[in-house]
Design a protein around this ligand. Structure first.
Ligand SMILES: Nc1ncnc2c1ncn2[C@@H]1O[C@H](COP(=O)(O)OP(=O)(O)OP(=O)(O)O)[C@@H](O)[C@H]1O
Ligand SMILES: CC(=O)C(=O)O
Ligand SMILES: [K+]
Ligand SMILES: [Mg+2]
Length: 578
């Protein structure tokens, strides 16, 4: 068995080599042979950058690298099983994040979630002790090592926000219309009825009589009828429940009274949690309640100083301020979470759908992964089936090409976590298939990102590669990447075939777990011999019986062969398995 092509094809393609204007779209006629092109400015080959597009036929047996392609190396057990069962095109593209809580923290439950397709486990530092979280981290790492899973770990900081600290009951308390309540930041002895303790001393600063206090974005509403010192006396105007940690927002003349900037973005506790995450080698740190890009930069600088550069920083969009500074935050971070729960406290909930669409679009265009989170399958916290409206919401996020979907209470505290995960899995696969059949990918707009010529070339290569891959109907895209840049540029174009991202860097592998359509594979890559890397990885997949004669693989690479005097050497090759 060998991977195809003929040298004559290669020669022919070399003969048709011609120089084109930089930035022109590659013409793909549907033929499997694509002329090699050197791309330069104004018809000249530009300095130290070479781009090669070719179709080749080659024999892959007998190479030293083939021996290295040992069973099981770097390819996670779940993707392998999915590929066997469903073939390349059947592999799920949308990634799944599960919040880990008391309902799913045993090794058996974690294993079931991993088998069910959990790509990232989220630990919410608002809840439970650091030791509890440490125990979960250890269990996940053990599963990855011993059972061949590839589950990345995210910690989600508590952040600072005004919420209920104590309402005098372990679960919920009802507020009836007309009842009068005292809101205070003081701890009250014996907790008298109709009192609520707020989490922040300055919770009532700037608040006036007549303002409206809304609980959890609409769960209950109160009118401020008196202000005594820092305490607020309020009358319930819309009855509802106080849940533990219920959130406060104040409204005046139909507009939010903005307060978030008064609170520290990264509290002492957040820094201690971050320190914990860094020392335990978590893959993602998600920052709650950020208002601008400064806190993201601050954390990135800190990670740089700590030589913990493989930890990726995610910014959660859950305040009005962060929404107003969306682009600068997206540019500064490594990924975004649309935290619809708290966002719905700060903006009217009817705005959530359009805001979500806008955030996912900006993230894809700026090439940052985006997670859509909260209440996706909320009813499954209690019931074993989702509502039809919830399935529609999940499908809408997939249709918008979000990179990932997240479960919160559904997995953390609900008895049907695995079932909720399978609902996400099935609904996303279904919507992906529909999007592909409807050819929706072709209407994706890409804004140019790169500034330097090599970056612009990498971007164009990836845009063109995806267009070619879709037009040619290739089965898989292989990409070789150190930091994940090429893989994410391919993913940004949301191709039909899956992207196998081969990397020698474990941090890159774990980070790519969050990216749409990318299957990260850890392998030893040679800096010198790109062809050997290609041969080795094709053989790795073939020996597992997952590449069959007739399969067509597109290979995209940008690793620089050091013996060639070019600063970058990027190529697209199309290979057919014989
Ligand atoms: N580690 C944990 N230990 C105990 N309960 C947890 C844990 N993680 C989550 N939960 C429970 O699951 C629910 C949903 O989790 P989720 O992470 O969405 O939290 P949240 O409190 O709603 O806040 P946010 O997501 O805005 O930080 C929480 O309200 C909490 O009851
Ligand atoms: C996930 C989260 O923090 C929220 O939805 O508020
Ligand atoms: K949190
Ligand atoms: Mg939140």
């Amino acid at each position: 068995m060998a991977v195809v092509t003929s040298d004559s094809l290669l020669c022919r393609s070399l003969l048709t080599n011609r120089v084109t204007q930089f930035g022109r779209r590659s013409e793909v006629s549907g033929a499997k042979v694509v002329p090699r092109r050197a791309i330069g400015n104004g018809g000249k080959v530009k300095g130290k950058v070479r781009v090669v597009v070719k179709a080749t036929v080659q024999q892959i047996g007998g190479l030293e690298q083939v021996k290295k392609a040992k069973e099981g190396s770097g390819f996670d057990a779940v993707s392998e099983g999915e590929l066997r069962e469903k073939g390349f095109l059947g592999m799920r593209k949308t990634k799944l994040v599960c919040t880990i809580g008391p309902a799913c923290c045993s090794p058996e439950d974690l294993e079931k979630l991993a088998l069910g397709g959990m790509n990232v486990a989220r630990l919410n530092m608002c809840h439970n002790t650091r030791n509890w979280h440490l125990d979960v981290i250890k269990k996940i790492k053990k599963l990855n090592e011993e059972k061949g899973f590839c589950v990345s770990i995210m910690i989600d900081t508590e952040g600072s926000q005004i919420h209920v600290l104590d309402h005098g009951a372990p679960s919920s308390v009802k507020a009836e219309e007309g009842s009068i309540w005292l809101f205070t930041s003081q701890k009250l002895e014996g907790h008298p009825p109709f009192t609520v303790q707020a989490s922040y001393d300055g919770f009532s600063e700037g608040i006036e009589v007549g303002d409206v206090l809304v609980i959890d974005g609409g769960m209950a509403s109160f009118e401020v009828i008196e202000k005594v010192g820092n305490n607020l006396c309020c009358q319930c105007t819309d009855s509802g429940l106080f849940l533990p940690r219920a959130k406060f927002s104040f409204w005046r003349d139909g507009k939010l009274v903005e307060r978030n900037s008064e609170l520290p973005t990264l509290s002492k506790k957040d820094w201690a949690d971050i320190e914990f995450g860094v020392s335990e080698g978590v893959d993602f740190i998600a920052l709650s309640f950020i208002n601008d890009a400064d806190s993201v930069r601050q954390l990135k600088n800190y990670l740089y100083m700590r030589s913990s550069r493989s930890t990726r920083v995610l910014a959660k969009i859950e305040s009005l301020e962060s929404l107003q500074r969306l682009e600068e935050i997206v540019e500064a971070c490594d990924g975004i979470m649309v935290a619809r729960g708290d966002l719905g406290v700060e903006i009217p909930y009817e705005q959530i759908p359009t805001v979500q669409e806008e955030i996912t679009r900006v993230c894809r265009e700026l090439n940052k992964p985006v997670i859509v989170a909260s209440q996706l399958l909320e009813s499954m916290v209690e019931y074993p089936t989702p509502t039809r409206a919830e399935v529609a919401d999940v499908s809408e996020a997939v249709r918008q090409y979000a990179d990932a979907l997240m479960l919160s209470g559904e997995s953390a505290i609900g008895p049907y976590g695995q079932k909720a995960l399978s609902v996400l899995q099935m609904a996303s696969s279904r919507m992906e298939l529909w999007s592909r059949e409807e050819n929706r990918q072709s209407i994706l707009h890409q804004r140019p990102l790169g500034v330097s010529l090599p970056d612009r070339i990498a971007e164009q290569i990836c845009n063109c590669a995806v267009e070619m891959a879709n037009n040619l109907g290739v089965d898989a895209i292989f990409v070789y990447t150190k930091h994940g840049q090429m893989a994410s540029l391919l993913s940004r174009n949301r191709p039909y075939p899956p992207i196998f991202a081969f990397t020698g860097d474990n941090g890159t592998r774990m980070a790519l777990n969050l990216q749409w359509g990318v299957i990260p594979v850890l392998v030893d890559l040679s800096d010198e011999e790109m062809e050997a890397n290609i041969t080795m990885t094709m053989e790795l997949i073939r020996r597992k019986g997952m590449l069959k004669p007739g399969d067509v693989v597109m290979v995209v690479s940008d690793l620089a062969p050091t013996h060639i005097n070019y600063s970058a050497f990027q190529s697209i090759q199309v290979k057919t398995v014989v």
